[in-house]
Design a protein around this ligand. Structure first.
Ligand SMILES: CC(C)(COP(=O)(O)OP(=O)(O)OC[C@H]1O[C@@H](n2cnc3c(N)ncnc32)[C@H](O)[C@@H]1OP(=O)(O)O)[C@@H](O)C(=O)NCCC(=O)NCCS
Length: 180
């Protein structure tokens, strides 16, 4: 029996024809269509590959279906999944922390959508789970994502120097958090 708290449908206040809802296996073709974009992949971990194939979509949707403790929601615009937001709940001494991550297809960039998504998802998690710290880690060459987090109420906590290697380039990361 799926946990209803991990399978919500969330409306985004003030954003028409857009909602967050659970992924289904029927989303695979749209997922490939939107995720298969180097402009998205360059800012993501290597688990989000480019090119993004049908088997990558299948792998992701199986991971989501099997997950009993993390939140994965499709960003749906006009009935089509065009991005994703996920929250990974930590364990052990960090069990009251969770990490948020997201991506959006480039045709929908620059309209405030990611900010609305991060705001709504964060509010939902803080209201429904025993979490007092939500954080995100952004590659330092991704000012748009840093700005999304600031607009959504996250504070900059620090620069993690030479934290990641992406496309053969060693990069700093920026740590943002919302703490209640
Ligand atoms: C990051 C991403 C989610 C932003 O989505 P979006 O819907 O365009 O974001 P919003 O419109 O809500 O806000 C973007 C903000 O960044 C700003 N911005 C965009 N490009 C910028 C740049 N190169 N430098 C500085 N600010 C920039 C915009 O002006 C806007 O801020 P403003 O409202 O103050 O003007 C989207 O670009 C994306 O999916 N990127 C690829 C994947 C990714 O980076 N995921 C996050 C990994 S941590």
């Amino acid at each position: 029996m799926p946990d209803p708290l991990l399978n919500p449908t969330l409306e985004l206040p003030g954003v028409l024809k857009t909602r967050l809802r659970p992924w289904t296996f029927a989303d695979a073709p749209a997922l490939v269509r939107h995720a298969n974009d180097e402009r998205v992949a360059r800012h993501m971990r290597d688990t989000f590959p480019y090119p993004y194939s049908a088997s990558d979509a299948e792998f992701f949707l199986c991971l989501v279906a099997d997950s009993a403790r993390d939140l994965f929601l499709a960003i749906e615009v006009d009935g089509e999944p065009v991005g994703s937001v996920g929250v990974h709940f930590k364990t052990d001494v960090r069990r009251q922390s969770a990490e948020i991550g997201y991506w959006l297809a480039p045709t929908h960039w620059g309209k405030g959508l990611a900010t609305a998504v991060v705001r709504s998802t964060s509010a939902y998690v803080l209201a429904n789970f025993e979490v007092c710290r939500l954080y995100a880690v952004v590659f330092a060459n991704n000012p748009a994502s840093a700005r999304v987090l600031e607009k959504a109420g996250y504070e900059f906590e620090g620069r993690l120097r030479r934290n990641v290697i992406k496309n053969d380039e060693v990069l700093d990361s920026l740590l943002f958090a919302q703490v209640v």
